[in-house]
Design a binder for this molecule. Structure first.
Ligand code: ADP
Ligand code: ZN
Length: 600
């Protein structure tokens, strides 16, 4: 029997296992059940793909996303693994062909949608063949509290009842304890071994900036750091998705949209485009993303505040699955805080759910306002015991925000709210504080009150930051009908009376040249010759992918192309040692690669 390591090297072309892969594979290959909790990009697929090749029979992989199975199977075909898909996108004839090959033992892996798996016809079919294992991908879909809930997932417990001898592996990248408990309970995995990896994503640089003009800030960010890169931009509403897409296209960028208001055909087209080409920006609501296994997404941007740290972590986690440097960028302002709070108040949910929603939002806000390492903040939120060493690669670590005693300024702001009758939003209050004699200010005669102009010394941006933070701290609040009108709270009194001081963070905005930058991507450090080679390899890859009708990353990952540029192998033997080049790909592509490397 070939060893797991041999398969890793020869079939997948990777020199070593990552994290707990080797342990998981050994456990499953020996017939044990397990639950694998690994962050996105951790390498979950290999955990069942290698045992599928080691064990007798076919591995049945349950995945909720029909549209994405095809790419996984295409990637397996590229490396010579016998795999197929069975879902509703197949014609009746193709379905019969797949079923016949399945019975004839011609597959190592079969990907099925849960609704198909649960049919009597399919279950009877697989009772007649040898099954290597069941893999339940995206296992958090059993959780009724999560937003990816799939009712069919609950019925997957039937697998254990009908096939008690077949080992099962459930996999998810959802980190919280409640979901973990639910998966174990609902899938009957009480006796399964649990493998928990660290949820840290060291290659992702987290950055949360103060929103002044979200669109322009976004454009600056993309132009400065992500020309020709693939990325996702998350927006709260469908309307905003459409607007931002149109605007980016107008700015000369290649952007497509995705939200639940579009036809399923349009959505599929845009998703395919994003997956297949390597420089598309996807603008989307949170409806987009689950199961997207594109490894080379270089940035995830949020133009609106996510509702929870779980959501933020999951969405940003889609960047940099290939382990290369990636950016998680967000612009956030007072409007976001007000909007999110209003959405919770206006929702139809029961009191209990609203309370949970408020708690999650508060946690998200505290991540935004933190003055310590963002990574440590998130990991400790997920209950991970981490070293107390800050990461050194998030915006807070690189450029620690200054904290200042803002008691006097906050008092000015609060008394301005009071003097104007608790009737206005932040924009107006800032006009009064800064002494702007606008028509509206004059109309209300607020140029005559004592707080008029007492905040002239600070810029509008600084005042916005102050208002945002005092709302987050609960010193001011809004309610659902008030459209941003700010009221004093119980807590404001102590500050107004001078019984309590307030410390705020100074805004760290758009990176200035004196500020420290995150680790840079290798492609920015290439010399001209290397750069030329890199471009030629990319062009060849795009052409080959197109000819084969598969995404570019299925041919080779960026990481592989980078190693080719860096090590510039001269012989087939050297080529074989490059990460991501296994026996099959060496066979297929070595002559092309050698020609490009020689400069032909
Ligand atoms: P997940 O499903 O956990 O998000 P994947 O299984 O898609 O992650 O793996 C993420 C990326 O890492 C893939 O592109 C995969 O080919 C690569 N990968 C996985 N395991 C290894 C390994 N041991 N060595 C090198 N690359 C790996
Ligand atoms: Zn940090």
């Amino acid at each position: 029997m070939p060893s797991a390591l041999k398969i890793l090297k020869e079939v997948f072309g990777y020199p070593d296992f990552r994290g707990q892969q080797a342990e998981v594979i050994a456990h499953l290959a020996n017939g044990g059940d397990c639950l694998v909790l690994m962050p996105t990009g951790g390498g979950k697929s290999l955990c069942y793909q290698i045992p599928a090749l080691l064990r007798n029979g076919v591995a049945i992989v349950v995945s909720p996303l029909i549209a994405l199975m095809q790419n996984q199977v295409a990637a397996l075909h590229e490396i010579g693994v016998r795999a197929a898909v069975l879902n509703s996108s197949l014609s009746p004839e193709d379905t019969v062909t797949v079923e016949q090959k399945l019975l004839a033992g011609e597959y190592d892996l079969l990907y099925v949608a849960p609704e198909r798996l649960l049919t009597a016809r399919f279950l009877n079919l697989i009772e007649r063949i040898a099954i290597a294992l069941f893999a339940i991908d995206e296992a958090h879909c059993v959780s009724q509290w999560g937003h990816d809930f799939r009712p069919e997932y609950i019925q997957l417990s039937v697998l254990h009842e009908r096939f008690p001898k077949v080992p099962r592996i459930a996999l998810t990248a959802t980190a919280d304890l409640d979901t973990r408990r639910e998966i174990i309970e609902r899938l009957g995995l009480g006796a399964a071994k649990i493998f928990v990896s660290s949820f840290d994503r060291p290659n992702i640089h987290y950055q949360i900036i103060d929103k002044t003009n979200g669109r322009m800030q976004l454009l600056d960010f993309i132009k400065a750091q992500h020309q020709d890169d693939a990325g996702i931009i998350y927006c709260l509403s469908r309307k905003k998705v459409d607007e931002i897409t149109a605007w980016l296209v107008n700015q000369g960028l290649r952007a497509v949209a995705y939200h639940a208001g579009m036809s399923s055909q349009e959505r599929r087209q845009n998703q395919e485009k994003f997956l297949r080409e390597d420089d598309i920006i996807m603008v989307a609501t949170v409806a987009f993303g689950m199961g997207i296994d594109k490894p080379d997404i270089r940035f995830v941007a949020h133009l609106d505040l996510p509702r929870s740290i779980e959501g933020y972590y999951q969405e940003t986690g889609r960047a940099g699955r290939d382990g290369r440097v990636a950016n998680a960028w967000m612009a956030y302002g007072l409007g976001d805080v007000i909007q999110r709070r209003r959405m919770i108040e206006e929702s139809e949910a029961q009191f209990k759910f609203k309370q949970v929603a408020v708690r999650k939002l508060e946690a998200m806000l505290s991540l935004c306002e933190t003055t310590t390492c963002r990574r440590l903040h998130m990991l400790s939120y997920f209950g991970e015991m981490v070293d107390t060493v800050p990461c050194g690669n998030c915006d807070v670590c690189l450029n620690p925000p200054q904290v200042w005693d803002a008691t006097v300024e906050v008092q000015k702001a609060l008394s301005c709210v009071y003097r104007t009758g608790q009737n206005f939003g932040a924009g107006y209050l800032i006009d009064v504080l800064r002494g702007n004699r606008t028509a509206r200010v004059k109309e209300w005669c607020h140029d005559k009150i004592s707080t008029f102009g007492i905040g002239k010394d600070l810029s509008e941006t600084t005042w916005r930051g102050i208002f945002r933070q005092i709302v987050v701290l609960g010193l001011l609040m809004t309610d659902s009908e008030s459209h941003g009108i700010l009221y004093l709270t119980e807590l404001s009194r102590a500050v107004l009376k001078g019984q309590q001081s307030v410390h705020l963070r100074l805004p760290i905005n758009s990176i200035r040249s004196s500020e420290k930058q995150p680790d840079s991507d290798i492609t920015t450090t290439l010399n001209p010759t290397e750069h030329y080679l890199w471009e030629r390899l990319r062009t060849w890859r795009a052409k080959t992918a197109k000819e084969n009708g598969v995404p570019a990353y299925v041919i080779f990952h960026d990481a592989t192309l980078q190693e080719l540029v860096r090590l510039s192998p001269k012989t087939e033997d050297e080529l074989r040692r490059i990460t991501g080049i296994g026996v099959r790909k060496l066979d297929k592509y070595s002559s092309h690669l050698m020609a490009i490397l020689r400069g032909d």
